[in-house]
Design a protein around this ligand. Structure first.
Ligand code: TYD
Length: 206
């Protein structure tokens, strides 16, 4: 038996981590084994790379080095956590994955999508989620949620200018339109419970 791999994607402040937690709780209530994890990170090796990438006091990297580091973190995460969990029949709910690399390093920073997919093929043998839940939210509302959450300041990528994040949001929508069978597009406005109900309806189809 093999588990299911569900990823939450979207820009900053759309509620991915809250929705990951609520979905995991609902799946556990059905008696399933569920792992919740996040990217960049999720394993000791990948969390070490996360610190390099996101810490404001870190060295800072160009777009290509950044894309390679995200792919390296993902390779460790897939090999040591995600694949073993799926193989034993667990469900994996992950906050961000490959489509974040495509949207940020591709859409935001201008790298070719084909190159990012090649890195994913080398690093993680191209493992894709069974379902990618793309949470969409009006940019002003997302910014207000981020301001409330990250009062201590944004990380190195979250703090990039609004036009960068607008390109990221547009790229996510392009990928979702191109692969409707892999994506569920969910409006992230309203209460966490209302959004969770929309997510459950989408995931029930799996
Ligand atoms: P995180 O604090 O997890 O972001 P958020 O809470 O906003 O979801 O930080 C992850 C940051 O890294 C976020 O700005 C998106 C970025 N990122 C990439 O640029 N490429 C990637 O492949 C991934 C996984 C994340």
């Amino acid at each position: 038996m093999s588990g299911r791999f569900i990823v939450f994607e979207g820009g900053e402040g759309v509620g991915k981590s809250t929705q990951s937690r609520l979905l995991a709780e609902a799946l556990r209530a059905r008696g399933l084994e569920v792992i919740t994890t996040r990217e960049p990170g999720g394993t000791p090796g990948a969390e070490a790379i996360r610190a390099l990438l996101l810490d404001l006091h870190g060295p800072g990297y160009g777009a290509r080095a950044e894309a390679l580091l995200f792919a390296a973190a993902r390779a460790d995460h897939v090999e040591t956590l995600i694949r073993p969990a799926l193989a034993r029949g667990a469900w994996v709910v992950c906050d961000r994955y490959l489509d974040s690399s495509r949207a940020y390093q591709g859409g935001g920073s201008g790298l070719e999508d084909a190159d990012i997919l090649t890195l994913h093929s080398i690093g993680s043998a191209g493992l894709l989620p069974d379902c990618t839940v793309l949470l969409t939210l009006d940019p002003d509302e997302a910014a207000a949620r981020v301001a409330q959450r990250d009062a201590g300041g944004l990380d190195r990528i979250g703090g990039r200018p609004a036009d960068y994040h607008a390109r990221v949001a547009a790229a996510f929508l392009r990928y979702a339109a191109a692969e409707p069978e892999r994506f569920a597009l969910i409006a992230a406005d309203g209460t966490p419970e209302a959004v969770h109900a929309r997510v459950l309806a989408a995931v029930a189809l799996l």
